[in-house]
Design a protein around this ligand. Structure first.
Ligand code: FMN
Length: 310
């Protein structure tokens, strides 16, 4: 897949994951083969008001290959301003969130609410395109209430999107049910720009099912949580250093954020890693209350050794 002047190493991407796709996680996923990594969703409004919390989410790492910042909002000019903000200077592309189903986001007219107003969606995309020389992508769902992916794809293309990621569910569906691969195939069949398929890719079989829709790229979210080596697995490479990836994830975060904040922040990731190592309830309980990162890493190491032996 090629986007503007950017040649991708392969067709795999790490999804934007609010509260999870931090710089350390993105870097380890990239080291495992994710050709594009996406930041957590960044509020264009918050960027306008110089939010420190949002600025903290714009840190990048040299291990990331091609990195996109994902922005959300509903005002074309505010979105354009965010896309050209110096805070995003290190990113190679801008992704526009038109898929977030969260009520507090939709209530403001952001995220998947834009799927109900495709003329505004198109205006936002073209304002962002005009504000930056970087490639601009859009991440959508199949529709808001009902599916209307063909119209959505056309509106995004007309707005100037360089590629479109389609999560194969409507906003109404949230995360329920199975991803609709036929609708993703339909999106691909009407598109003139590359289409990235997203939803429920967790192993080789589900990856192959997604590829069978003829998409140009595949984006993985939940399947990478606790298992950043999924990218190696899908590329047919062996990952021999799984635990080192966890250490690297932590090390990168420690370079940027205070330890006290990280102790709480990392718990979700540690529990995902524990689940990947099939840790029992007792280990998970200890991780959930562990007061230090080093102690959590020791607990995880025990689980990892156990997992590797059996
Ligand atoms: C914890 C979590 C956070 C998410 N945050 C974002 C986000 O910030 N922006 C976005 O476009 N999608 C977000 N998503 C949706 C994912 O990017 C992806 O579209 C969805 O999880 C389906 O893909 P998957 O089955 O591979 O996880 C999030 C999903 C989860 C589970």
């Amino acid at each position: 897949m090629k986007i503007g002047g950017l040649e991708l190493e392969n067709n795999l991407m790490l999804a934007p994951l609010a509260g999870m796709s931090d710089v350390g996680f993105r870097a380890v996923c990239a080291s495992q083969g994710a050709a594009i990594t996406f930041s957590e969703m960044l509020s264009a409004q918050a960027m306008k008001h110089d939010s420190k919390k949002t600025a903290d989410m714009t840190v990048t790492n040299p291990d990331e290959k091609i990195k996109f910042a994902q922005i959300f909002g509903h005002e074309a000019q505010v979105m354009a301003q965010a896309a050209s903000s110096p805070l995003l200077a290190d990113f190679d592309g801008i992704d526009i969130n038109m898929g977030c189903p969260a009520p507090k986001v939709v209530k403001n007219g952001d995220g998947s609410a834009l799927l109900k107003n495709l003329s505004l969606a198109g205006e936002i995309i073209s304002a962002v395109k005009n504000a930056t020389k970087k490639p601009v992508s859009v991440k959508v769902r199949l529709g808001f209430q009902n599916e209307n992916i063909a119209q959505i794809v056309r509106a995004c293309q007309e707005g100037g999107a360089d590629f479109i990621t389609v999560h194969g569910r409507t906003r109404e569906q949230g995360y329920a049910g199975k991803v609709n691969l036929e609708a993703i195939a339909l999106a691909k069949s009407v598109a003139t720009v590359p289409i990235v398929g997203n939803g429920d890719v967790v192993d080789l079989q589900s990856f192959q099912n997604m590829l069978a829709t003829n998409v140009d790229g595949v984006m993985i979210g939940r399947g990478a949580l606790g298992r950043p080596w999924i990218f190696s697995e899908l590329l047919g490479r062996e990952c021999r250093n799984k635990f080192d990836l966890i250490l690297r994830h932590v090390q990168i975060l420690r370079e940027h954020y205070p330890e006290k904040w990280l102790v709480l922040y990392l718990r979700k990731h540690f529990l995902s890693y524990a689940a990947a190592f099939k840790a029992g309830g007792e280990a998970k309980r200890r991780l959930a209350i562990s007061p230090s990162i080093d102690e959590s890493l020791e607990i995880l190491k025990e689980q990892f050794n156990h997992f590797e032996i059996f």
